[in-house]
Design a protein around this ligand. Structure first.
Ligand SMILES: Nc1ncnc2c1ncn2[C@@H]1O[C@H](COP(=O)(O)OP(=O)(O)OP(=O)(O)O)[C@@H](O)[C@H]1O
Length: 275
């Protein structure tokens, strides 16, 4: 078992003995882990290793069968997703989940409403207070679109954007909740090399704003370039944890991913493809 002490004494997220069972399948088998504030923490592992299940447990989409998950010092393993979001955790999904008929700007405004008193649908009543709040939400949503580089697309229908831009829009919507912790589930899936590079830059700018990022991703170039620390999951258990250079050279990780016959030649990068 890999147990990792946080560098910081005040981790943003702590997992203690987290198990997740689906009938006869045990997707997570006793995860102990801590994520320090302010880092980009990646979670990698072969298909079926339990990465998405772990994100779902952290964000309240699933409740773990056993174990404790603390976010900002508070146990959240039994909380519903909206309450966890209100505490300052936000996420994107592996498959884009936007409102395709709404504009790009409106999609971000929906994210922002997590933080407001009136709520998205109540705005339809249009009292003066709500109108003021709505105008402020619009300004903040525009600022986030600007931040991710989608300001020019603000009034387009979200469903009309190419996939790469829809994925960035999902990130803008997640950021609009003002998260302390942002979970990204395979954000590079379906992106081309240039878009993936831009995504990497965006993740670094998000981190520079003080937001902790947990990244689940198969694109190893992206993972290696943005992560401060990487957790490798294998059959529902942590196999290794460390800085990118340590993970690249970890024989157990190489074996888990590639098998002995794919061991790299001396001096060549190990993880430079998609798994
Ligand atoms: N709702 C579910 N019901 C039953 N089994 C599930 C469910 N969700 C996940 N599993 C199983 O749990 C294990 C972990 O799945 P998970 O999707 O978390 O892996 P992953 O590492 O995210 O994989 P990928 O890289 O392919 O997305 C797999 O064996 C999967 O079949």
């Amino acid at each position: 078992m890999v147990s990792f002490d946080a560098r910081s004494k005040d981790p943003i997220l702590t997992l203690q003995d987290v198990h997740m069972r689906f009938g006869g399948v045990t997707a997570l088998k006793g995860i102990h882990y801590q994520v320090p504030r302010g880092i980009v923490q990646s979670i990698i592992g072969p298909n079926g290793a339990g990465k998405t299940t772990l994100l779902n447990c952290i964000s309240g989409v699933l409740h773990p069968s056993e174990g404790v998950i603390s976010f900002l010092g508070r146990s959240v393993e039994s909380e519903p997703p909206h309450r966890i979001a209100a505490l300052g955790m936000s996420r994107t999904f592996q498959h884009v989940a936007l409102f395709p008929r709404m504009s790009v700007l409106e999609n971000v405004m929906v994210g922002r409403h997590v933080r407001t008193r009136s709520g998205f649908w109540a705005v339809g009543l249009r009292t003066p207070t709500m109108r003021r709040e709505e105008a402020a939400i619009g300004r903040e949503a525009k600022a986030w679109l600007d931040f991710v580089g989608l300001a020019d697309a603000a009034h387009l229908e979200a469903g009309a954007l190419p996939l790469g831009k829809q994925k960035i829009l999902e990130i803008a919507r997640a950021l609009a909740t003002d998260p302390a912790l942002l979970l990204l589930d395979e954000p590079a899936g379906g992106l081309n090399a240039r878009e993936t590079e831009e995504l990497g830059e965006l993740i670094q700018r998000i981190q520079a704003r003080g937001i902790t990022v947990i990244l689940v991703e198969h694109d190893m170039n992206l993972v290696m370039s943005v992560s401060e620390r990487i957790l490798v999951l294998y059959y529902g258990q942590p196999l290794a944890s460390g800085a990118p250079d340590e993970i690249k050279e970890d024989p157990q990780v190489i074996q888990a991913y590639l098998g002995d016959e794919w061991a790299p030649e001396e001096g060549k990068p190990i993880m430079n493809g998609r798994f």
